[in-house]
Design a protein around this ligand. Structure first.
Ligand code: ADP
Ligand code: MG
Length: 603
């Protein structure tokens, strides 16, 4: 008995759609690329409900004849290649001829198109791959495609879509990639009636600024290099503006946005030693290369490619970026922290500049110095011994530490007096406990304390008076608007009184108490920025992530305390926390060196 049969086209297309159309943003990408391929100079996008309800792209490109319009929805229907050899001469974004077939298999699609030379255009309605209507229509030259109710006929996939915020983020990412790749084309994006982007035709620098904001102008270093193999141009972000989070890293190969870990490595390598630790370079790099030297057909969404000479490409990219950074005399000796006043420790921010002076040590005696040197050696030896001591389980659970006298923890048990604590220059605090000596990482502890304090405030368990501010306006990158709207209630809970003003502006009326004056805005921007890039971090909810980022950024700029009370207070505050053993990020912040282990040194 024969059991094999051919799948009907509609089913085959639905299956194919699984590869090409993962979410609204992937459909948008295909539509945008078709408009680019059609030679459009103006592309307008309207989106409703993050693309779940509507994705509409209007272009002024070359349009389609009535026959082509009908054919464009068939699988393997393309005007862009004819033979397999053409695959290696590709200059267009599309070529697989499956995007429209796939999208129309899983949505309700309406196409209006007219070639400039034709009097009337064509209207086609197609749902789930079935053509419902085709008729002549009066329509401007160019093409409008509206994709409604994506996955309406594949409930399983519709259910897989993420929240509106997440899908909107994807839409914006995809839109930005195409818009950055084609600065000469005018683009606009309207979401739920709000203009998110209005990008006039321009050069690349201006496009980057229009997408990200004016402040990017001073951040960009041009990259330009021509070799026989390829041409590379674009911009690298100056190292001092490097972001604490990954994000603005773009490679466009022949104008196609590509993900490529290997090339990314080449750029990172060029930045080596120029970047402060834990920060990532930004770059927008365009590589033009003979299409025969690359294979773009290795991934259904065409976001990966293969080079025939990967190593040379790597070397050229690295050298180009390196020399660009060098030319702009960005040298490793630069003190990055100094360039952004926000990075300065608070204690230094408002201090008047002091004239450097020379102090002469009148008691200086070269022979004495020799003496003390020998002493130092002796000390080092003592430390050597210390290193050898094996500490099995230095992090004792709090219940395992017995403190001599003192104050009460949350549960009302008496636990500790921080009096007599010692603080080293490196920020390690030490104090005696009954079973040994307890060490606290001062900054880690502060992070924990502030983190829990913010959470307490948010949960209404504590009251921090809000500082009324002279209202500060906050211009957010258009792409972040949705996100900020979503986290606004949580930010409010933490004490940020942030009110929406217009499509890209918020006004900050109040901040949590305890923030250093003058830094509130930068701090909030940093919190949002870092939050944005750790959205997928598991194990923490939005509020915790925000509280943590906030705490971390405050502590980073805090000076160690100078006063006795500042030092003594810390152990008390830490031990009042719900989880005093660890920083919010999971590093230990308190350790005990047990007396019995110390005893061993002296035996
Ligand atoms: P591909 O882009 O890989 O050729 P698509 O399914 O995306 O495949 O599109 C099929 C064909 O429909 C294209 O080759 C093109 O000829 C035509 N087409 C699609 N969108 C447009 C548009 N916006 N303007 C003009 N022609 C278009
Ligand atoms: Mg296409």
């Amino acid at each position: 008995m024969d059991i094999i049969h051919l799948l009907p086209d509609t089913v085959a297309n639905q299956i194919a759609a699984g590869e090409v159309v993962q979410r609204p943003s992937s459909a948008l990408k295909e539509l945008l690329e078709n408009s680019v391929d059609a030679g459009a100079t103006k592309i307008e996008v309207f989106v409703k409900d993050s693309g779940k309800t509507l994705l509409q792209v209007t272009d002024n490109g070359k349009g389609m004849s009535p026959t082509d319009a009908r054919l464009s929805f068939s699988r393997h229907a393309t005007s862009k290649i004819r033979t397999a050899e053409d695959l290696f001469a590709i200059r267009t974004m599309g070529f697989r001829g499956e995007a429209l077939a796939s999208v129309s298999a899983v949505a309700q699609v309406e196409l209006r198109t007219r070639m400039l030379t034709d009097e009337t255009g064509t209207l086609i309605r197609i749902e789930g791959g079935e053509v419902k209507l085709q008729e002549p229509v009066v329509t401007p030259a160019g093409t409008t495609i509206a994709v409604r109710n994506l996955f309406y006929n594949v409930p399983a996939r519709r259910n897989f879509l993420k929240s509106n915020t997440v899908e909107a983020r994807h839409i914006i990412d995809e839109f930005e990639r195409v818009a950055l790749a084609h600065p000469e084309i005018s683009f606009s994006l309207n979401h739920n009636g709000l203009d998110v982007f209005q990008l006039p035709p321009s050069n690349l620098r201006q496009r980057i600024i229009n997408v990200y904001g004016n402040q990017y102008n001073e951040k960009l270093v041009p990259v330009n290099e021509s070799t026989t193999l390829l041409r590379i141009n674009g911009f690298a972000g100056k190292p001092e503006f490097a972001r604490k989070t990954r994000g603005e890293q773009f490679f466009f190969i022949n104008r196609r946005y590509i993900r490529d870990g290997y090339l990314h490595h080449a750029v990172s390598n060029a930045f080596e030693k120029l970047l402060p630790s834990e920060s990532y370079p930004s770059y927008w790099l365009f590589i033009d290369i003979d299409p025969s030297r690359i294979d773009v057909n290795i991934h259904p969404t065409k976001t990966e490619i293969k080079f025939d000479d990967e190593r040379s490409v790597y070397a050229i990219v690295r050298a180009a970026v390196k020399s660009a950074l060098g030319q702009f005399s960005v040298s490793p000796s630069l003190d990055f922290e100094k360039d952004t006043s926000f990075e300065l420790p608070h204690s230094m921010l408002y201090k008047p500049v002091q004239k450097p002076g020379i102090t002469v040590d009148t008691g200086f005696n070269p022979f004495m110095r020799d003496n003390s040197h020998r002493k130092a050696d002796g000390w080092q030896q003592a430390y050597n011994g210390l290193e050898k001591i094996h500490i099995d389980n230095p992090v004792e659970n709090i219940s395992g530490i017995e403190f001599p006298e003192g104050i009460q923890n949350r549960a009302g048990d008496t636990i500790v007096s921080g009096e007599g604590s010692l603080l080293t220059h490196e920020g390690i605090l030490a104090f005696p406990s009954v079973n040994g000596i307890t060490f606290i990482d001062y900054k880690g502890a502060r992070e924990r304390i502030l983190f829990e304090r913010f959470l307490d405030v948010a949960e209404g368990q504590a009251h921090e008076t809000q500082l009324e501010l002279f209202p500060l306006t906050l211009n957010v990158p258009a792409g972040d608007f949705e996100l900020i709207q979503e986290i606004e209630p949580e930010l409010r809970g933490l004490g940020f009184d942030l009110r929406e003003f217009s499509g890209s502006t918020f006004v900050l009326h109040g901040v949590p108490s305890g923030l250093e004056k003058g830094t509130e805005k930068e701090l909030l921007e940093l919190v949002i920025e870092q939050y944005k890039n750790q959205q997928d971090k598991p194990g923490m909810n939005i509020r915790e992530k925000l509280a943590w980022t906030l705490a971390r950024n405050i502590v980073k700029n805090e000076a160690l305390p100078h006063s006795r009370s500042g030092i003594d207070q810390l152990p008390t505050e830490l031990l009042r926390c719900r989880q005093p053993n660890y920083t919010p990020g999971g590093n230990p912040c308190m350790m005990v060196l047990k007396t019995e282990d110390i005893r061993k040194w002296f035996k």
